[in-house]
Design a protein around this ligand. Structure first.
Ligand code: SF4
Length: 175
């Protein structure tokens, strides 16, 4: 069972658990302020935390619904299509394929059901009281990165708006 996501190279980089580390080259600077210091280069690692929790929750919920109908789900996969894969920014993030197949691991039914009840209740309260729910957790908003570049509802979110204003660069006047 699976789902197709059209998403950014940033999200795929996070989903693959990719990150860069500094690796010593064995060479040393011969001049300048760094003279005598060792040179480093960046290398990719793929053993980081896989940022797939939102997809895993969605697919696991589908799995529960299918199993309630008597169907058996043995495997869950996200087909992630990179929307910016032909741009330089994608290769800088180590993303060089248009499509990635990402395995999704099972999450306990109890945890998924409790999460869905919590979210449903938050939505119901928000609609009934016409108040916004609490701000997404740091993990849900990718430590603000989602708010700044990838959230579809940022226009309705006071937190996201404040963040955008605070990080906006002042216009430079060219004379
Ligand atoms: S902009 Fe608001 S709704 Fe969107 S991810 Fe950030 S906190 Fe969540």
């Amino acid at each position: 069972m699976g789902d197709i996501k059209v998403t950014s190279s940033y999200k795929i980089m996070k989903a693959l658990g990719k990150y860069k580390v500094n690796v010593p080259t064995g060479e040393f600077y011969k001049s300048g302020v760094k003279k005598g210091k060792e040179k480093y280069k960046k290398e990719w690692c793929e053993d980081g935390v896989k940022g797939t929790l939102d997809w895993a929750i969605q697919l696991n919920y589908y799995r529960i619904l299918l199993e309630q109908q008597g169907l058996s789900v043995t495997k869950m996969v996200i087909q992630a299509m990179c929307r910016d894969n032909n741009l330089r920014i994608a290769s800088e993030r180590g993303i060089d394929q248009a499509i990635y197949l990402l395995p999704i691991h099972p999450i306990r039914d109890q945890w998924i059901q409790r999460y869905m009840r919590y979210k449903a209740k938050a939505l119901q309260v928000a609609l009934e009281t016409r108040t916004l729910p609490s701000v997404c957790r740091a993990k849900e908003r990718w430590n603000n990165r989602k708010c700044l570049d990838y959230c579809n509802v940022v226009g309705h979110c006071p937190y996201g708006n404040r963040l955008k204003v605070a990080t906006e660069k002042p216009l430079q006047v060219v004379s």
